[in-house]
Structures are given as structure tokens and as C-alpha cells.
Write a protein that binds this ligand. Structure first.
Ligand code: NAD
Length: 480
């Protein structure tokens, strides 16, 4: 069992203000795997004050961008050096299969830090344009103190999605990990410190929703960046709106994989396993609606069913495991409830549909639904479990209409033997990202959602711009 009795505030491990603690429960063993202090509002005040001081009274935001970017490079190397330990730790916290987690939970975060380090190496903060009376310098200036709130499903990944670009920009950060996954955040804080992050630039406060709300509305915070559910994102967006505080919101998804008739089903379906049920289906970008034409419907449904039925379910630390337990008992009950709703609304379970016969662990059977109408709850709501819906379409226009008939707009994919045609179709899907004949994220491109999937973008230069104010500095016309 891993125990911390201090909070990481402003670069020091300090005694928490309150006596509350958070137990981290291993979703496979259902036993307590760790314990950390629960941060309180008083701790938020301290962390924000430290961040404020580092921003206002040290040279942090004025340092050359390249100097800050080098910290990210070193942090990436330190993450890679601790790959096995971090993979195991995150699997223990939230049940991610370690075979996937090694890449998705640990290597990907180090790659994101490398991306931002590279971007920071030649990120221009000033540009001169012609003004009406003389030159005007357009400057990007760090926004200031950032309140960053992240979910449990890919905790280290989300930490670097916030802290990486904030460091390039020259901001300071108070990071609130989800109460389910605070342990890896301690490791991350240690790594950032070892990589050379100055004191005050980062604090880590494990806590729940109320303390999160306090951080969002704290008077000394300049910018909020949040990843999590759409319901929480709407509340946070409203709170920021009332304060006219800039916020970036990365929220839920219900993405569609459109399989065109000329796609090779045998090639596509194995890739859909990763796209659809990676991380036990607990991924915002999961392609959980699989769209097939009426002509190819039976072939696609059979292939998806067979592939899902063959997934190895078990101990997340066993390298053979493809599907581990869900993060929490409440999440298992929620997913099982949605599966029941699918059955009640007339969808047909072709594999799974219940719980595997294990004596412990918050498992749900990897499940496929056939005969799904896109209006059904299972096709509209984000399930966040290993549950796929195969939906028939009449023609390609219908496929696009079904893909777009969603409150969400995060991700998607189009699969076809004709890549150019698939690309044209992809342009009609109203989502922030979409891939053709593969599934994956491009760290150099903006990532974010249309509609209820969010506001603003992370990754790419856009990810750094989200932490920068833009100032127009008009020079003395006579000086030039
Ligand atoms: P959640 O919204 O319940 O919690 C996320 C984080 O926000 C946690 O740290 C939580 O303590 C905090 N929080 C909750 N309500 C808050 C409030 N009102 N004010 C301040 N903080 C608050 O989500 P979750 O269950 O932890 O995560 C799953 C969700 O995250 C899914 O909907 C998933 O799609 C989404 N997600 C989105 C992305 C993306 O980039 N779009 C990535 C990963 C996960």
C-alpha cells in the first residue's frame, strides 16, 4: 500500500490543512491500494498563492520559451525511465490493462511532453505586423495561474495535456487529479521537480468535486482547463462564464466509426477493438458506434461480435489481459444499467451483456449490441465501458447523418478501400478529430470537441495558445 501524508504544494511536501484522507481502491482486488490526504479549500488557497507568487514575482514567465521546454524534455525521459512502475501504478489505481497502459498511459504522455518540448524550441511569442500608424508587435503573454482539473481514465496523459503546454506558455499550475487516481500525480510532481521545474510552478491537490469548484472560481486563478464529463464541464463553463474567466473544456464523446462497403472488414475490425474498447472502454474518443450498410451489416456485426467475444478479460497486470475491471463499483453499476436499458429498448446482445464470473473486481462483460437504432439510449449516451453498438445505415448520406445525430462531436473514423472518398466523407462529420483507415491521435494537431464534447483545443500550437493572452503593442510611429 502506498501512503502519502503530505500534499505537494508549491514545490514542497507540506502537511495538509485538514485531517481527511482519500482511499485509492484497486478495481481488480477491491482492496485499498493507497491513501493520500484530501485537500481542502485552505490547501487550494496555499497552492494558488504559491502559483501566484511564482508567476508574479519570479522570472518563470519571462524565461526564454526554449528553457522551459527543456524541462519537458527531461521530464519525458524521466517518465520513460519509470515506464514499468508507472504502468503498474496506474493499472492498480484504475484497472487499465497494463499491455495497453504501457503505451496509452505512460509512453503517450512522454511523447506529448516531447511534442511540446519540440514546439517550445522554436515557438515565436512575438510577431510584427503593419499597423495604421507604424509597426505593431503582436505578443503572446502567459495567462497566469491555471486551475487544471483532470479525470481518472488516463490520469498521467491528462496531467501532461495540461501541464505541458502551460509550461511552454510560462503559466503556473494548480492541478487537481481525480480522487480515484492521485498516486501517479505524486510521481508526476516528483518527475517535474527533478526535471527542473522551479518551486511554485506546480501544485497537486487530490480532492473531489467541491474543492474542484472552489479552485475553478478562486479569485486568483486566471485560466481554467478541465477534462471530464459533459455534465461537470457545463457547470464549470457556467462558473467561468459568470467570471468571464477563460476556460478550455474537454468533455465526453460518442464517436462513430463509419465502415463503407468497399472496406475490408477483416482488416478494419481488429483495429476497431483498440478504437472501441481500449482502456476497458473508458476513453473519451472511443468509437462506440459502428456504422455498417444494410448490405454489409450481418458481416460486420458477426466480425465485431467474434472479435469482442475473443477479448481476454482479467487481471490488468497480466500482460495477456485486454479488458480489465472498470474504475469503480458505481461505474460498473452504471454500465450494467445502460446495458439493461439497451436490452429493454429492443437492441440485441450478440456477446456479453452481463458480468463475468469472477469472485472479485468491477468487471463488465465486453458487450456488443446489434439491431441498434441511433435514437436508443445506448447510441446516444456515453457508456464509458466495453460496450459497442453496431448500427445499420441505408446509404453514405444516411451514415453521415447518423454519425452527426449525437449531442457529442469529439472523434470518429471512416474506413474504405478508397481513401480519397473516405476523406471527403470525413469532412462532413461534425467532430473535432476524425481519422481515415486508422485510429490514433496526432499530437501536433488540435484536439477537442464540437457540440457537447467541449470548448477550445489542446495539443498542437493551439494547445499552447490556449494558455496565452494576445497583446497588440503599437510602437512609436516616429521611432521607426
Ligand atoms: P467527472 O466530470 O466526474 O470528473 C472529472 C474531474 O472533475 C475529477 O477530478 C472531478 O473530481 C472533477 N469535478 C467533477 N465535477 C466538478 C465540478 N463541478 N467542479 C470542479 N471539478 C469537478 O468525470 P470522470 O468520471 O472523472 O471522467 C470521465 C469523463 O471524462 C468522461 O465523460 C470522458 O469522456 C471524459 N474525458 C474527456 C476527455 C477529452 O479529452 N475530451 C478525455 C478523458 C476523459
Amino acid at each position: 500500500m502506498i501512503e502519502h501524508d503530505r500534499l505537494y504544494i508549491g514545490g514542497e511536501l507540506v502537511a495538509p490543512a485538514g485531517a481527511g484522507t482519500i482511499d485509492v481502491i484497486n478495481p481488480f482486488t477491491e482492496e485499498v491500494a493507497g491513501r493520500v490526504p484530501e485537500a481542502t479549500e485552505e490547501d487550494v488557497d496555499k497552492a494558488v498563492a504559491a502559483a501566484r507568487h511564482a508567476f508574479d514575482h519570479t522570472d518563470w514567465s519571462q524565461r526564454p520559451v526554449v528553457e522551459r521546454a527543456e524541462i519537458l524534455s527531461r521530464a519525458s525521459a524521466l517518465i520513460q525511465a519509470r515506464m514499468d512502475e508507472l504502468t503498474q501504478l496506474i493499472s492498480t489505481e484504475m484497472g487499465s490493462p497494463s499491455a495497453w497502459g504501457m503505451f496509452g498511459q505512460v509512453l503517450a504522455p512522454s511523447m506529448i511532453l516531447d511534442y511540446y518540448a519540440g514546439l517550445g524550441a522554436d515557438y515565436a511569442v512575438e510577431e510584427t505586423r503593419a499597423g495604421m500608424f507604424g509597426p505593431v508587435v503582436v505578443r503572446k503573454e502567459a495567462m497566469g495561474v491555471v486551475g487544471a482539473i483532470i479525470p481518472w481514465n488516463v490520469p498521467l496523459f491528462e496531467a501532461v495535456m495540461k501541464v505541458g503546454p502551460a509550461v511552454v506558455a510560462g503559466c503556473t499550475v494548480v492541478l487537481k487529479p481525480a480522487p480515484e487516481t492521485p498516486l501517479d500525480a505524486y510521481v508526476f510532481a516528483g518527475i517535474m521537480e527533478e526535471a527542473g521545474l522551479p518551486k511554485g510552478v506546480l501544485s497537486v491537490l487530490p480532492a473531489g468535486r467541491e474543492v474542484g469548484e472552489y479552485l475553478v472560481t478562486h479569485p486568483l486563478v486566471d485560466k481554467v482547463t478541465f477534462t471530464g464529463s459533459t455534465a461537470a464541464g457545463m457547470k464549470i463553463g457556467a462558473a467561468c462564464g459568470a467570471l468571464l474567466r477563460p476556460c478550455t473544456l474537454e468533455l465526453g464523446g460518442k464517436s462513430a466509426a463509419i465502415i463503407l462497403d468497399d472496406a475490408d472488414v477483416a482488416t478494419v475490425v481488429p483495429q476497431l477493438m483498440d478504437a472501441g474498447v481500449m482502456n476497458n472502454g473508458q476513453a473519451c474518443v472511443a468509437q462506440t458506434r459502428i456504422l455498417a450498410s444494410r448490405e454489409k451489416y450481418a458481416e460486420v456485426l458477426d466480425a465485431v461480435t467474434e472479435a469482442v467475444a475473443a477479448l481476454v478479460v482479467g487481471d490488468p497486470l497480466d500482460p495477456a489481459t485486454q479488458i480489465g475491471p472498470l474504475v469503480a463499483q458505481r461505474q460498473r453499476e452504471r454500465v450494467l444499467g445502460l446495458i439493461d436499458q439497451g436490452k429493454n429498448e429492443g437492441a440485441r446482445v450478440t456477446t456479453g451483456g452481463g458480468r463475468p464470473d469472477f469472485d472479485k473486481g468491477w468487471f463488465v462483460d465486453p458487450t456488443v449490441f446489434g439491431d441498434v437504432d441511433n435514437k436508443m439510449t445506448i447510441a446516444q449516451e456515453e457508456i464509458f465501458g466495453p460496450v459497442l453498438s453496431v448500427i445499420p445505415y441505408v446509404d453514405e448520406a444516411d451514415a453521415v447523418a447518423i454519425a452527426n445525430d449525437s449531442p457529442y462531436g469529439l472523434s470518429g473514423s471512416v474506413w474504405s478501400g478508397d481513401a480519397a472518398h473516405a476523406t471527403e466523407l470525413a469532412k462532413q462529420v461534425r467532430t473535432g478529430t476524425i481519422t481515415v483507415n486508422h485510429f490514433g491521435m496526432a499530437f501536433g494537431a488540435p484536439f477537442g470537441g464540437y457540440k457537447n464534447s467541449g470548448l477550445g483545443r489542446e495539443l498542437g500550437p493551439e494547445g499552447v495558445d490556449a494558455f496565452m493572452e494576445k497583446k497588440a503593442l503599437s510602437l512609436d510611429p516616429a521611432a521607426g
